[in-house]
Design a protein around this ligand. Structure first.
Ligand SMILES: Nc1ncnc2c1ncn2[C@@H]1O[C@H](COP(=O)(O)OP(=O)(O)OP(=O)(O)O)[C@@H](O)[C@H]1O
Ligand SMILES: CC(C)(CO)[C@@H](O)C(=O)[O-]
Ligand code: BAL
Length: 285
């Protein structure tokens, strides 16, 4: 249990971080959109291992939502989030007021090419510009030494890495493993929008991904494995599969023929009205 400080103004955040740094403490940042679960808390735990003071942020960033309905339905649970962060040992929760992120006249957009193309980038136009812009602002406002992101949002992690490197932002980025429910479903704030029936069906997504990863590692034909996996997800109750692709784990370039470098198998699909994503690693022998 920590003494969690809740801040809403960027000057207050900067003052707090500078005070900590003057005391010789390193600072870790965990950006979130709230509705916290064990996946987020695993990032806080890693941040507490790697740094002396941990700042979690909660900002539901309108600029990264390409659907007004998705933004409206996004869960908002600040009091519960603060209680969970306090229990987890975080030191600060930064919940910026809207004008602290997008003041009147705000006109800047950060757009990362390459890694943001295809996959979620193709199905959520503008999404990664919104992510890159807000994360750059959070890095600059917090002046954190290290920042922690989940591999569940694997493409986002690569976009953030590229952006920080290209803009010379001196923050060390950590990718943290996906935390899963007992049946394998990746924890996600959006899971709470699934009906009981949909929730029971959702495990077909990770089950299929892990089986397909094993089949590719065993040398089966990549196109055939991907085709069968897509069919299995649809037969399991998903309304659609937006993409199911094997990509190079570092560059996210597509792999269609032979597995020679560490890869990632990534998927997105709709179960009822809820869009779920997941990914697993695929390792060449
Ligand atoms: N299951 C998980 N395991 C590890 N990290 C996670 C997990 N779920 C989310 N994260 C990470 O937490 C951070 C904040 O994510 P976010 O607040 O969007 O939560 P979320 O559960 O991914 O919500 P949603 O995908 O529904 O927007 C991101 O770095 C994300 O990758
Ligand atoms: C990194 C992030 C907090 C930026 O809004 C968001 O995309 C998320 O929650 O993964
Ligand atoms: N977890 C990534 C944030 C989003 O879906 O907008």
């Amino acid at each position: 249990m920590s003494n969690l400080v809740v801040l809403r103004r960027r000057d207050a955040l900067r003052e707090k971080v500078r005070e900590w740094k003057q005391q010789g403490f390193s600072v870790g940042l965990v950006p979130t959109m709230g509705a916290l679960h064990e996946g987020h808390l695993s990032l806080v735990a890693k941040a507490l291992q790697e740094t002396d003071r941990v700042v979690a942020t909660l900002f539901i960033n309108p600029k990264q939502f390409n659907s007004a309905a998705d933004l409206a339905a996004y869960p908002r649970t600040e009091d519960d989030d603060a209680a969970m962060l306090k229990a987890a040992g975080a030191h600060c929760l930064y919940v910026p007021d809207g004008d602290q992120i997008y003041p009147p006249g705000f006109a800047t957009n950060i757009s990362v090419s390459g890694v943001s193309e295809g996959l979620c980038g193709a199905f959520r136009p503008g999404h990664f510009d919104g992510v890159a812009t807000i994360v750059a602002k959070l890095f600059l406002q917090s002046e954190a030494d290290k920042a922690f992101f989940g591999e569940k949002d694997f493409q986002q992690l690569q976009v953030v890495r590229r952006m920080a490197q290209d803009l010379d932002i001196a923050v060390q980025i950590f990718g943290c493993p996906t935390v899963r429910e007992a049946d394998g479903l990746a924890m996600s704030s959006r899971n709470r929008r699934l009906s009981a029936k949909e929730r029971a069906m959702a495990a077909v997504l990770p089950e299929t991904l892990f089986a397909a990863s094993n089949a590719i590692e065993a040398g089966e034909s990549i196109p055939a494995v991907l085709h069968a996996a897509r069919d299995k997800i649809l037969a399991g109750g998903f309304k659609s599969v937006e993409y199911l692709e094997l990509r190079d784990a570092a560059t996210l370039t597509p792999i269609t023929d032979e597995l020679v470098r560490p890869a990632r198998l990534l998927v997105a699909g709709f179960l009822g009205a809820v869009r779920l994503i997941d990914n697993v690693q695929v390792t060449p022998n």
